[in-house]
Design a protein around this ligand. Structure first.
Ligand SMILES: Nc1ncnc2c1ncn2[C@@H]1O[C@H](COP(=O)(O)OP(=O)(O)OP(=O)(O)O)[C@@H](O)[C@H]1O
Ligand SMILES: [Mg+2]
Length: 378
């Protein structure tokens, strides 16, 4: 009988697990938030991931439960574990991707390099941090942020008054995370796969480019990376994967500074936008690797197939018509480009697809990927 993986969440990450699942003969089932989502092709159920009974019923029919996002509440995860369901990543690891304050505290315990930070419960505490850090800082809501929502650069506490008010009204209470504003030269991401029995496989460190807080482009491997940088990034990724017991794919978002330091920005425990290049540029894609890891199967080779891969996100998509209206033009002009779309309606700023080009010459690959992706804009 086929191995069965259940994915909670019906977005594009679940969608992109479908192709490798089909190839491997793994049965993929998806608990989607609503009908017609990106992973609708594999959606066997639509239901609320915050409802323990719904998720448990879904879990009963699969060998392992994994995730498209990190929003499944701890209480629900505990119900699954207590019922004997295999959950990867497990709640003990996933909490560090769910709550950025918990993450900062745990990374400090693990001795990982990170921006200076503090937990602040009120405006005066934030003001103290600002005074001590040159008058500017980055404030983050610890839970529920994505694509830069929940991240603000501020120079006065008044700029996050609404967040303090919301905290006061939240029954869970809590604090905001404040971080030093890192003067980074670029952003990097390190991906590591880890299976329950402990085997690790690390992808090459990549460069990520964010625009308006959203990932716009990824270059794999990161250009001009010294051997030291490659080793440091890999060491950080593997220490975190082992230190917090991640199972499945881990992405560690990093800042590189002018004085050659590498600081951890945040963690994701699932396939990640910084690894989409691997579908077309690596021996084993992050989506196949995630399935192998959560099923505790031997991991695949994460090495690049080509010297360079560039992945460009399609953000927003065409202002009129569907993405498929643009296929012919993009395909005719850029036959080497691999086009991926998520079956999502175009909307300003929304991630609706991506394009990857892999090859021996970085300038050429970057040009092709950007030009092909541009066919889907405007
Ligand atoms: N301490 C910092 N100093 C400077 N820039 C920062 C800092 N923290 C975050 N940023 C910028 O804001 C972006 C988004 O921050 P972060 O990754 O914490 O938010 P997010 O909404 O969880 O992101 P994601 O889209 O990855 O889910 C970062 O990629 C980086 O460009
Ligand atoms: Mg981020």
């Amino acid at each position: 009988m086929a191995l069965r993986v259940g994915v909670v969440g019906g977005g594009q990450l679940a969608r992109m697990m479908i192709a490798p699942a089909v190839e491997l003969g793994v049965e993929l089932r998806v608990l989607a938030e609503e009908p017609g989502m990106a992973a609708a092709l594999a959606a066997s159920e639509v239901g609320d991931y915050r409802d323990a009974e719904t998720v448990l019923a879904f879990a009963r029919d699969v060998d392992v439960v994994t995730f498209d996002h990190e929003h499944v509440p701890q209480e629900v995860l505990r119900v699954l574990v207590d019922a004997g369901v295999a959950v990867h990543p497990g709640p003990e690891a996933l909490r560090y991707a769910q709550d950025k304050l918990l993450m900062r505290a745990r990374l400090a315990e693990l001795g990982m390099p990170q921006p200076e930070w503090a937990a602040v419960a009120e405006a005066s505490e934030l003001q103290d941090f600002l005074d001590a850090h040159g008058g500017r800082a980055v404030v983050k809501t610890p839970r529920g942020g994505y694509d830069g929502k929940g991240v603000r650069v501020v120079s006065t506490a008044a700029e996050v008054e609404d967040w303090f008010t919301a905290l006061a009204e939240d029954a869970r209470g809590g604090e905001l995370l404040v971080e030093e504003l890192v003067d980074f030269t670029r952003e990097l991401a390190q991906q590591v796969a880890r299976r329950p029995s402990g085997e690790l496989r690390s992808y090459p460190v990549v460069e990520t480019v964010q625009r308006d807080g959203v990932c716009a482009e990824v270059i794999a491997p990161a250009p001009h990376a010294s051997d030291r940088l490659v080793d440091v990034a890999r060491g950080i990724g593997e220490s975190i994967a082992t230190g917090i017991g991640v199972t499945g794919m881990l992405a560690v978002e990093l800042f590189e500074t002018a004085d050659e330091r590498v600081l951890v920005n945040e963690l994701a425990m699932r396939p990640h936008n910084s690894g989409h290049w691997s579908q077309d540029g690596a021996v084993t894609s992050q989506f196949e690797q995630h399935l192998r890891a959560v099923l505790d199967l031997p991991l695949g080779d994460p090495e690049p197939r080509q010297p360079w891969s560039v992945m460009v996100n399609i953000l927003g998509g065409p202002s009129s018509g569907g993405l498929d209206d643009r296929f012919a033009g993009a395909m005719a002009a850029h036959p080497a480009a691999k086009i991926h779309t998520y079956g999502k309606a175009p909307r300003p700023g929304r991630k609706v697809g991506h394009v990857t080009v892999a090859g021996p010459d970085l300038d050429e690959v970057a040009y092709e990927a950007r030009a092909a992706a541009a066919h889907f804009d405007g």
